[in-house]
Write a protein that binds this ligand. Sequence first.
Ligand SMILES: C=C(CC[C@@H](C)[C@H]1CC[C@H]2C3=CC[C@H]4[C@H](C)[C@@H](O)CC[C@]4(C)[C@H]3CC[C@]12C)C(C)C
Ligand SMILES: C[S@@+](CC[C@H](N)C(=O)[O-])C[C@H]1O[C@@H](n2cnc3c(N)ncnc32)[C@H](O)[C@@H]1O
Length: 677
Amino acid sequence: MDSMALICTVGLLFGGLYWFICIHGPAERKGKRAVDLSGGSISSDKVQDKYQQYWSFFRRPKEIETAEKVPDFVDTFYNLVTDIYEWGWGQSFHFSPSIPGKSHRDATRIHEEMAVDLIKVSPGQKILDVGCGVGGPMRAIAAHSRAKVTGITINEYQVKRAKLHNKKAGLDSLCEVVCGNFLEMPFASNTFDGAYSIEATCHAPKLDDVYSEIFRVLKPGSLYVSYEWVTTDKFNGDDSEHCDVIQGIERGDALPGLRRYDEISEAAKKVGFEIVDERDLAAPPAKPWWDRLKMGRIAYWRNHIVVTVLAAIGVAPKGTVDVHDMLFKTADYLTRGGESGIFSPMHMILCRKPVDYRESSDCVEFGYLKLNNQNYDLAMAADEVPDVGGHETRKVSISFSHLLHQVVEYLKLPVPAYYLVDVGKNAVKIVMETDPGLGHLVYEGGPATTIRESREKAAENVVRALRMEFSIQVEDFTSRKIKRLERSEFLYKMKRIELEAMERGTGQVPVKWPVVLDHKRRKKYVCIDYMDVLHTLSFETKVRISEVDTFNVGLGKFVSWVTIYGTSVDTGVECFFSAVRADLKATKQDATRKDVDFICTAYNLNMVNLNYGNGIYAGIKCSLARESYLAAKERVIPTPTLPPPPPHKLRARPSFSARYTGQLSPTPAELDSFFKR
Ligand SMILES: C=C(CC[C@@H](C)[C@H]1CC[C@H]2C3=CC[C@H]4[C@H](C)[C@@H](O)CC[C@]4(C)[C@H]3CC[C@]12C)C(C)C
Ligand SMILES: C[S@@+](CC[C@H](N)C(=O)[O-])C[C@H]1O[C@@H](n2cnc3c(N)ncnc32)[C@H](O)[C@@H]1O
């Protein structure tokens, strides 16, 4: 009898344990059972080591700051946690506000459907899920909108899981999953009709980087919504408890650093998005998103026992206990962050890629190229450069006769003589004495409709000759654009070299900024007189301009201003001030230049001819460099055709830039703005 009771008790115990571990599991329905817990793509025996490696990132925070390393660190994290998330949370790896009377599953779905409703897509349109996890949101969104969703995740194991779930749900015709880095997406520009990211872009070291990629792949006019992890305005950096909570969240969730709520729209605007809406979906009247975390505490204890037993008997990888323990603690930090209101995982931003956005024909675009661990902004100084080149701009030529006088004055040459040689044909000649005693050079303007026109042509010829002869660079408002183009051209070239080195499998490629040759260093710069340009513009547009007024602000510094009357803007009067400077001439030029920029923009005028096609030339060279870079990129990192899946994982490569630790030489002096008269 006694042995019978013992057998029954042991049988019951094992049956209970089997039910507890394999069948019951935690609260939510999931695609994972405890006995299936793994280390993602990491082999079982390496899980413990990888967990240690994950923590070593925080011991060397510089590593996380190195943007290149972040995707690897995030990938390791998701190998470690994906199964536990699925087992203990479900297929959607994010939070949502609780909704009274609704289950967590329903609240999650509603939160996901809201994202796709916000981006207003129609059935059949192509949308992008940035950081898709195992695809919980993607499936809900595809089913709700009937749009075609492409998800991207850095983690190969998640791709496998997501594909399996898509198939099981019968949604694989609408849902596609790609393994890749959202900082360098394998999609062509202007591909998607909409995009969303749910609690994923918080893993990007720099938000601008991922936003600019999303901007690039979106079609103009389409919308992007993101649920961002942020610290709120309640967060106080001087409060040690606040800092403790935020650090706990960062470490337990593989974040390179939480952003402040106001940094989100800043990044979106910086890459070119228009902000349509922005609000914190966690703010009242929304109900707490952390309720579920808090209520699950007892289940987490039970899970901990299960994981410990499974690891002890060798069913789950050894490190799983540590990972689970880390998540247990993270749940507590997250709850504290929610309860204190210092943290939100659902700061929503809705943005639009401008309808009229067109890729600039001169090849400069938004985005960055990475060289030697550093991001180089292709649109550097974009806001400084007045973009007066549009489809319907009117071309205005500045007076070359004025410019000629400036160059002559700068070179201390004798004043040129003008001859009207053929009155009938309005043909003008200019005689220059460039080297006293060695004779004269004569430049012709040729026959023209007016004398002025021919004189201008002749002056243009003289200026060109003097520029060649004396190596003179004319600085005008196209100069900065040219420098930007030259710089972009160089960045594209270097990036191509880097890709080709990767292709060959050769090692380090030192990035060398072009050597500034001595004769170039000696190049003389003549800055055009903006007052002359302003007069020309005033003549062209009929606006009246005041004299340049100057005020001595003391300590040998001045400020100047010029007023424009009768502009095409509402106010009718505009006044532009210079910066405060010690150089009187420079303040006058500064104020005048601002007026010139304003009139060009207001009247859609395009100042031409100053740099004699240098701009066009720089544009062509830059486009060629960009094309050869893109061709190399296509070869080295082929764009996957969907389906079948990409042949290998695309991720931030430990390229030469990671290996090459040398210091970058500064931007060559010739590319810096340099005005001299
Ligand atoms: C957006 C991100 C993930 C957000 C959440 C999905 C996860 C954050 C913390 C995770 C969890 C904490 C406790 C775990 C518990 C100890 C275990 O027994 C079962 C799983 C947890 C509940 C787990 C589930 C997922 C989270 C809630 C980040 C990474 C940007
Ligand atoms: C918290 S999960 C959210 C997943 C999904 N949005 C959801 O709500 O279920 C974050 C996701 O971002 C992905 N991710 C993080 N950094 C990435 C990167 N650099 N490139 C691509 N995906 C990345 C992760 O792999 C993961 O799938």
